[in-house]
Structure formats: structure tokens, C-alpha cells
Design a protein around this ligand. Structure first.
Ligand code: PLP
Length: 452
């Protein structure tokens, strides 16, 4: 094996990392993660890190689960690949489609598979536009999304997304995508109750529909809780009002469940936690707990009936749509969630304990706001707790805090000055306590830096 310096040199010489300033790879080197077990990962220096981000919001059942490893091995031996094009398929793809129809809300009986969340959202764009074509309304092609959303990195995914910096690179968005403001109470809602603000934010959708023209709007897409944008938990009033508006104008509603799906919010799907009824649902990440790439779109009966009865061939698909090894791993992962009652335990035991920890952390002098939803949480760092004045962004206080986390055995993400976690859904209470204590320690170290 190699030393860390050797790994870093080879990496800087050859690997262009996603969402990374390439120059920093040669200047500072990269952290090389070599092993995982349970909720911990180890780097090439032997440091153990509590992975409070579940990899990238995906390793929901923790690292090293035998059932998933065995399912992959068995399927690799039996049939490592066959496709689902041209009227062929494989048993794992059939069984996974059947199980997804069982565990998703009742309007979903059909799935279209892909390899990732980004591909899922590209599929959404094509399915939505195809549906309106088949309905005889081809001009209805505009999809409304939100600022600071993340829907992936393909051309359509990144166009739907609204995170700063993404549209500037590569001439995005593609035509027919519109954005409205996100429901971010801390930034935009103060002076209102959360419930009032939720209604106001939902009505930005109605204003946009009127601006574009109701007969031009095909769909609205949103993450139940905006994840990569900083765990922006909407007020309870937001989604029911969005649902009402979509119903009123006959617009398709799409829930991007790539992060929220499969138990993260304390229900199987985020739309169940927030009380809305999507026509389409994108999923990825947690479907396999990240052990192997798989994503897709659940297609509600409103669309499926039209696509099946009137659509003819849908000219769309990926080599790895319904990949048998990925589907076998997903089956093992979902059955594990069912057998161990993971989603119920998140709702009844873990999420309340995580929320309790974050309520304690709200007392910290650096913390202006805390938000939690299921096993996701955010701490907004502020300069002045009394007035909620934020730091000068050039100080990069979030990055200072993140560095203390890494230095002290904790993986926590910084979105600007918003510190976020989305830990595995299978933690013990003692491990949650360990995480809470580590976060406080890192906040203290960050505060000490700011005062020195
Ligand atoms: N949608 C959401 C809500 C996501 O968080 C992500 C990834 O973080 C994606 C889509 C894109 O998924 P992928 O990276 O698998 O393409």
C-alpha cells in the first residue's frame, strides 16, 4: 500500500473531483478514505471519523452490512449484467419494481430505473413533457423549480437545480425551466410566524404560474426538505398549499426524494412527512444505501395510464436501467429496513433524540437557528445571536468549523455558514450522544478561533 502523500500526489496528477477547486488538490491534498464499518470511516492516516453525513446522504444502513454484500456477490455470480431494453429484464429488476410499488404511496404502481438521481430527474423532464404531448397540450412544457435546490449535475438536473454557481458554468438552464424562491424562513421569513411564511412561500409558485401562463406550466418539482441547499426545512403549511395550487391549475407535482426517500424524514418518503401527493417521485441514494449506484422515477397512475395506453415506445433509457446487481442490493437493503423497523425507529426514537441534541446546541453563542427533520439537521452559525446578524461570507466560518470537525473525528458538512448532518439511520443512542458532544466541541473550537 502507499503512504498518504503518495496517494495524494497520484490523485492530484490524474483525478478531477466533483465540486472541488482542482487547484486545491495539489496545494492541500485530499483526504483518502480507506475503510468503513457501522457509522465510522477511517482515513489513510488511521484516523476514525464518525460519518454524520452517511457518505453523501446515502449510507443509511451504515457500512459493512453483510446482507447487502452477500446479495451483490450472489447476483454477480449468477448474472452480473443483463439489460432491460427491448422487452428483456431480470428477476431482481422485476422484484424491485414490485417492492417499490408496495412501499411507495398508493398512486405509484410503476417505476423507470436509471443509475442515479441526476438521471432520474432527466427522466422526469422527458416524462412530464411527453405526458403533456400525449394529452394534446405540447406547449405545456415549462417546469418550475426553486432557487438553492439541488437536482443533480446532468444538463437537465443542473437546470432544475438552483444552487449558486451551477448555472454560470455550461450555459444553463436549458429552455423551459423557471425558478422561484425557496421557503427559507431564517433568511426571508422573519417578522412572520413560520406558518404564515409557509403560505407566502407557496404562493410564490402561484405568482410564477400566472406570470408564465397556466396553460404553459407542466410541473413543479421540489425536494421535500432541501438537502444540499442546507437542510431547509419548510414550514408545515408549505407543501399542502403547494399541493392545492398544483391541483387548482392541473399541474404535475414532482417530489425529488433522492435524499428524503427511504426513511430519512421518519416516514418512508418525505411527501408522507409533509402531507402531499406527488405524481412523480425521483429516488436514488438510500434505495441501495449507496452500496452501488441505482436511481429512478416512480411514475404515478395519472401519467402511467396515458404513457402505457397511448404512448407507444418511450425513446429513453440507460444501459444500467434495472441493473441486476444494483437491484439485488436494493432489495436486500429495503428488506433490511423493513425487517429491522428502521423507519419506525427513526420516527419514534432517533429523530426525537437528534432534535433534543440540536435544541441543546441552540444555546451555543455561535448558533442563530437550528432546524431538524427526521435524521437531518442544520445549525446556522451567526455573528450576533441576539440580532441573527450573519458573518461576512469571506471569513468562511463554516469551513473553519468543518475543519475542526474533520480534525476531531466528525464528518459534518458546511453549506456557507450552515452546518448540517444527515447521519446513518441505524445509530445507537450512545452514538447520537457522541455526535452531539463532538458538534459542541467543534463549535467551541470555532468560537475560540474567532475570538483569538
Ligand atoms: N436530487 C437530490 C435531492 C440530490 O440531493 C441529489 C444528489 O445529492 C440528486 C438529485 C442527484 O443525484 P445523483 O448525485 O445520484 O445524480
Amino acid at each position: 500500500t502507499r503512504t498518504t502523500a503518495q496517494w495524494q500526489a497520484a490523485d492530484a496528477a490524474h483525478h478531477l473531483h466533483p465540486f472541488t477547486d482542482f487547484k486545491s488538490l495539489s496545494a492541500k491534498g485530499t483526504r483518502v478514505i480507506v475503510r468503513g464499518d457501522g457509522i465510522y470511516v477511517w482515513d489513510s492516516e488511521g484516523h476514525r471519523l464518525l460519518d454524520a453525513m452517511s457518505g453523501l446522504w446515502c449510507v443509511n444502513v451504515g457500512y459493512g452490512r453483510r446482507e447487502l454484500i452477500d446479495a451483490a456477490t450472489k447476483q454477480l455470480e449468477t448474472l452480473p449484467f443483463y439489460n432491460s431494453f427491448f422487452q428483456t429484464t431480470t428477476p431482481p429488476a422485476i422484484e424491485l419494481a414490485e417492492l417499490l410499488a408496495e412501499i411507495t404511496p398508493p398512486q405509484f404502481k410503476h417505476v423507470f430505473f436509471g443509475g442515479s438521481g441526476s438521471e432520474g430527474n432527466d427522466t422526469v423532464v422527458r416524462l412530464v413533457r411527453r405526458y403533456w404531448d400525449l394529452m394534446g397540450q405540447p406547449k405545456r412544457d415549462v417546469i418550475i423549480s426553486r432557487h438553492n435546490a439541488y437536482h443533480g449535475s446532468t444538463m437537465a438536473g443542473a437546470s432544475l437545480g438552483g444552487m449558486s454557481g451551477m448555472h454560470q458554468q455550461g450555459g444553463l438552464p436549458i429552455p423551459g425551466i423557471e425558478h422561484i424562491q425557496q421557503p427559507f424562513w431564517f433568511e426571508q421569513g422573519r417578522g412572520h410566524t413560520r406558518d404564515e411564511f409557509g403560505l407566502t412561500a407557496a404562493r410564490w409558485l402561484e405568482a410564477k404560474i400566472r406570470e408564465v401562463g397556466p396553460d404553459r406550466v407542466a410541473a413543479f418539482i421540489g425536494e421535500p426538505v432541501q438537502g444540499a441547499g442546507g437542510v431547509i426545512v419548510p414550514p408545515d403549511t408549505y407543501w399542502p398549499e403547494v399541493q392545492r395550487i398544483c391541483d387548482q391549475y392541473g399541474i404535475l407535482l414532482v417530489s425529488d426524494e433522492v435524499i428524503c426517500g427511504f426513511g430519512r424524514t421518519g416516514q418512508w418518503f418525505g411527501c408522507e412527512t409533509f402531507g402531499f401527493r406527488p405524481d412523480l417521485m425521483t429516488f436514488a441514494k438510500g434505495v441501495t444505501s449507496g452500496y452501488i449506484p441505482l436511481g429512478g422515477v416512480m411514475v404515478g397512475e395519472r401519467l402511467a395510464r396515458v404513457l402505457i395506453d397511448e404512448g407507444g415506445e418511450f425513446n429513453h433509457g440507460y444501459t444500467y436501467s434495472g441493473h441486476p446487481v444494483a437491484c439485488a442490493v436494493a432489495l436486500a437493503n429495503l428488506r433490511l429496513l423493513q425487517r429491522e423497523g428502521v423507519v419506525e425507529r427513526v420516527r419514534e426514537e432517533l429523530a426525537p433524540h437528534l432534535a433534543w441534541h440540536f435544541e441543546q446546541l441552540a444555546d451555543h453563542p455561535l448558533v442563530g437557528e437550528v432546524q431538524t427533520c427526521g435524521m437531518m439537521a442544520a445549525l446556522q452559525l451567526v455573528k450576533d445571536k441576539a440580532t441573527s446578524e450573519v458573518f461576512d461570507p469571506t471569513l468562511e466560518v463554516g469551513m473553519v468549523c468543518r475543519a475542526h470537525c474533520f480534525g476531531n473525528g466528525l464528518v459534518m458538512r458546511a453549506v456557507g455558514d450552515r452546518m448540517i448532518v444527515a447521519p446513518p439511520l441505524v445509530m445507537s443512542i450512545a452514538q447520537l450522544d457522541e455526535m452531539g458532544a463532538l458538534i459542541r466541541q467543534c463549535l467551541d473550537l470555532t468560537l475560540a478561533d474567532l475570538r483569538s
